[in-house]
Design a protein around this ligand. Structure first.
Ligand code: PEP
Ligand code: MN
Length: 262
């Protein structure tokens, strides 16, 4: 069970030679979407140099409008894995259908996005897999719903779950979502699972990524997932919240002074 009553010690997820949780801090970084080989390799090299330990990049994108860029899908996954091969960075990317599980065989961490947090069939399928799962909190999910979604994965036998607080809907319009910083200590009180924070999707604006990253570290998060892009102005998705590569490097230097990297 995900409840701390049944498992007192903090869980450490071991993946691709990295440890996540119990104070082992990791930064996952990369573009919202994989756009081309040149783009994903350039970003991968830069975030690796800056100290990120995982490369993120969406291939299957859950967009609000069906007319928006939907991701490069299978081809995007191939390019992400090519960036992994060239840089050695393990990768995290979102799955949208259990039909695609075979395509994700070489993905290191499978992301279950906010919009699918209560896709119970997908949760059950991921429960039968042995891949580490990055479970993002639903757009308006309560903590109980969030932890119960993780419980679905556990119930199928997969205990490699990392939780991600990525902001929730509130009345506030000046930010995309509202980072629920309480989620970090609440997860730690009620569960033994690692929890990371996504300041990029929480704020929706790049000028808040550094302060929200500091807040996450202060609250006890086990890591961060941050959007970074080689050319944010021309990004096909989420450019406004993406750091450019020098900005990402600067934010990483700040994070590295504050968090306990292995
Ligand atoms: C993402 O990570 O690109 C994403 C779509 O995030 P979320 O599911 O948190 O909105
Ligand atoms: Mn995004």
């Amino acid at each position: 069970a995900v409840n701390r009553k049944f498992h007192h010690e903090d869980t450490v997820i071991e993946v691709a030679g990295r440890r996540i949780g119990a104070g082992y801090f990791n930064v996952m970084a990369g573009p919202c979407s994989v756009e081309s080989e040149a783009q994903i390799v350039e970003v991968a090299e830069a975030v690796k140099r800056a100290g990120a330990s995982f490369l993120r990049g969406g291939a299957f994108k859950p967009r609000t409008s069906p007319y928006s860029f939907q991701g490069l899908e299978d081809e995007g996954l191939k390019l992400l894995l090519e960036a992994k091969r060239q840089t050695g960075l393990p990768v995290v990317t979102e799955i949208m259908s259990e039909k695609h599980l075979d395509l994700f065989a070489d993905v290191d961490i499978i992301q279950l996005g906010a919009r699918n947090m209560q896709n119970f069939m997908l949760l059950k399928e991921l429960g039968r897999s042995d891949k580490p799962i990055l479970l993002k909190r639903g757009l308006s999910a309560t903590m109980e719903e969030f932890l119960m979604a993780a419980e679905y994965i556990f119930a199928g036998g997969n205990t490699n779950v990392i939780l991600c607080e990525r902001g929730i809907r509130t009345f506030e319009k000046m930010i995309r979502n509202n980072l629920d910083i309480s989620a970090v200590p609440l997860v730690k009180i009620f569960s033994h699972l690692p929890v990371i924070v996504d300041p990029s999707h929480a704020a929706g604006r790049r000028d808040m990524v550094q302060p929200l990253s500091r807040a996450a570290i202060a609250a006890g998060a086990d890591g961060l997932i941050i959007e970074a892009h080689n050319d944010p102005k021309n990004a096909l998705c989420d450019g406004a919240q993406s750091l450019d590569l020098p900005q990402f490097d600067a934010v990483m230097q700040d994070i590295r002074r504050r968090a306990a990297f292995e």
